[in-house]
Design a protein around this ligand. Structure first.
Ligand code: DX5
Ligand code: ZN
Length: 221
């Protein structure tokens, strides 16, 4: 069970015509993070939101803004998201041949840095930069859309990563898991080693989104 569990509701599944309501749901529910899914229709076959949305949300919430960049050339968007108010900026190891450079750039703006990998990308691909990041975002769906099913085998990857972090004395690095997280599978994902869970459709498509957030935290107690 994670010591300090955090839920990161993904606003991709919220009503984009009323993101203020999405923030209110996160506030009332007590979520720690807000997960912002950025897609460029290049790295993934979908196009979502950019820095202007983060800029407009920033003054309306104190919550930790967790930007997940599913984009090619992530270095081209770092400054804009940092200046828009992102607290954490996560990019994909598959999207760059200079992960060190992207990490250093994100850090140069004072943001936390996350590295993400798709389900078929070996964990070994992030080992060279592991010590430099604050968050590892494990994808438990194929990136591009909310509302997909949790990929089998994800728990094993989470446990394997947890073991690597423990062996390397990198226990301060957070394991965030993203995609297909529901109330019915959250416990096993936490038990596998997740510290932060992203939940989009489970929260924002729920009959009672606020209660759903509270239910996730109850599971972690
Ligand atoms: C998928 C995104 C996820 C997704 C989560 O590419 O990175 O954050 O929005 O949505 P659910 O929880 O519905 O799978
Ligand atoms: Zn995401």
């Amino acid at each position: 069970m994670p010591q300090n569990f955090k839920l990161a509701p993904s606003i991709l599944s919220a009503d984009f015509s009323d993101l203020q309501n999405a923030l209110s749901i996160c506030d009332e529910g007590g979520a720690h993070w807000i997960h912002v899914d950025v897609m460029d229709n290049q790295f993934v076959p979908n196009l979502t939101i950019g820095p202007p949305v983060v800029k407009s949300l920033r003054p309306k919430t104190e919550k930790f803004m967790d930007v997940h960049m599913m984009v090619i050339n992530p270095e081209k968007l770092v400054e804009q998201f940092a200046k828009a108010g992102a607290d954490n900026i996560t990019f994909h190891i598959e999207a760059t041949d200079d992960p060190d450079g992207v990490i250093d750039l994100i850090k140069s703006f004072g943001c936390k840095v996350g590295i993400s990998l798709k389900s078929k990308t070996p964990l070994s691909d992030i080992l060279p930069v592991l010590e430099k990041v604050d968050v590892v975002l494990i994808m438990s769906v194929e990136p591009g859309f909310g509302g997909q099913g949790y990929l089998a085998g994800s728990n094993d990857r989470i446990s394997e990563l947890k073991q690597i972090l423990t062996n390397k004395n990198l226990g301060h690095i957070l394991i965030e898991v993203d995609g297909g997280i529901k109330l019915h599978n959250a416990q096993e994902v936490m038990d596998a080693g997740a510290d932060v869970l992203v939940a989009g459709s489970e929260v924002f498509k729920a009959d009672d989104p606020v209660q759903t957030i509270k239910d996730f935290y109850q599971l972690a107690e």
